[in-house]
Design a protein. Structure first.
Length: 369
């Protein structure tokens, strides 16, 4: 969900932010390749207007690495492998670099055999899932990426969290760089969005979350604290409370993500995936790449995909709306615009990043306006 630009926002050149973020992770002890991955993936979220998964997340990584919750070392263990599949143990390392590697392996296997699948256990937050699916889409493949997360979502008819925000992403290529790129949480919103609301001292909209009493809450700070200390409450599944608007569908999708991520990798699932004051949740990921030519010649497939996307974008908008979007269109247009004009950061986020940079003796980029 794109956040509206504020008059107080600071704008930065994309390469400057990537270099700055890379420098932070190198100073924390990550290998150069993984530091570059971290910079590119986190900045890509801000470039698309998805601030909840961008540089606002750097502090969580810094705190986790310093406290020993997250490993700066990259010691990846192969648990199981076949020509089509791979299971990896991230050994508690930063989730960004290993996820890029995992999707690379899925793409490599798909290039050789048509389909490639890789699941990962014992990992950490991996940024926006759409980053990885689009890696496959650019190779004339359908890309799928899922991850479970710390338990934040409340099952239908329950009053405490059991599943994570558990996003589902899928990217499908069309002609001329166009693509369908779905990237969505299976809860009403993500934890990162709640954290942004907490940082900016804004109330949550009614219907996003429930408190320890099982009733709607609008206090993001109290909600995050209650979840952290297992007091109850949490985010509602897609469809919201109960069954009237289909909340059980979001609940079912969230559990499906846990099955594909955690049960295939032998990792942690459900309420056992927990953040606390002295730990970081060990999460699991799932990546799949499927070659288009398993079904049809890629150019024919992409021609029809383009026709589908163009038809969706040309639909008459509802009263009060300017246009109709398909999945990925808005974020890609935002990315194109911000890459030219500069990527906006909220002042609060920039203050936190400057403090981290000073502690690590990292030079900070200058805003362009």
């Amino acid at each position: 969900m794109e956040r509206e630009i504020s008059l107080s926002d600071l704008f930065f050149k994309r390469p400057d932010l990537e270099t700055f973020c890379t420098g932070i992770f190198q100073a924390l002890g990550l290998p150069p390749e993984d530091s570059v991955d971290a910079g590119r993936i986190l900045v890509s979220a801000d470039a698309r207007g998805i601030r909840s998964h961008g540089l606002a997340h750097v502090k969580r990584y810094v705190d986790g690495i310093r406290a020993g919750f997250i490993s700066a070392d990259v010691n990846i263990t192969t648990i199981y492998e076949t020509p089509l599949s791979l299971v990896l143990d991230a050994e508690g390392s930063v989730g960004l670099g290993i996820s890029r590697r995992a999707m690379d392996k899925a793409i490599e296997k798909a290039a050789a055999h048509g389909i490639g699948v890789c699941s990962v256990r014992n990992s950490n937050h991996f940024g926006i899932a759409g980053y990885y699916t689009e890696m496959a889409a650019r190779q004339d493949m359908i890309g799928i990426a899922l991850t479970n997360t710390a338990a934040l979502g409340v099952p239908t008819f329950a009053r405490s969290a059991w599943f994570g925000t558990n996003p589902i992403a899928c990217a499908v290529p069309a002609l001329d760089g166009k693509m369908f790129s779905l990237d969505m949480a299976t809860t009403t919103v993500t934890r990162g969005t709640v954290e942004v609301y907490a940082q900016e001292k804004k109330l949550l909209p009614a219907g996003w979350a429930v408190g320890t009493d099982g009733l709607y809450t609008q206090d993001p700070v109290q909600l995050l604290e209650d979840i952290l200390y297992l007091r109850g409450g949490g985010l509602l599944p897609l469809g919201g409370e109960g069954t009237v608007a289909g909340g059980y569908k979001g609940y079912g999708l969230a559990v499906l993500v846990d099955i594909l991520c955690a049960l295939t990798s032998g990792g942690t699932f459900g309420s056992a995936v927990r953040d606390s004051a002295v730990t970081s949740a060990r999460v699991c990921h799932f990546f799949m790449a499927i070659r288009l030519d398993l079904f049809r010649p890629p150019e024919e497939f992409k021609k029809d995909m383009t026709k589908m996307l163009d038809e969706l974008a040309s639909l008459d908008p509802a009263d009060g709306q300017s246009r109709v979007f398909y999945a990925g269109l808005r974020s890609h247009e935002t990315e194109s615009r911000y890459t030219k004009t500069g990527i906006p950061l909220a002042p609060k986020t920039w203050d936190i990043l400057k403090k981290i940079a000073a502690e690590l003796h990292i030079p900070v980029p200058c805003p362009i306006h």
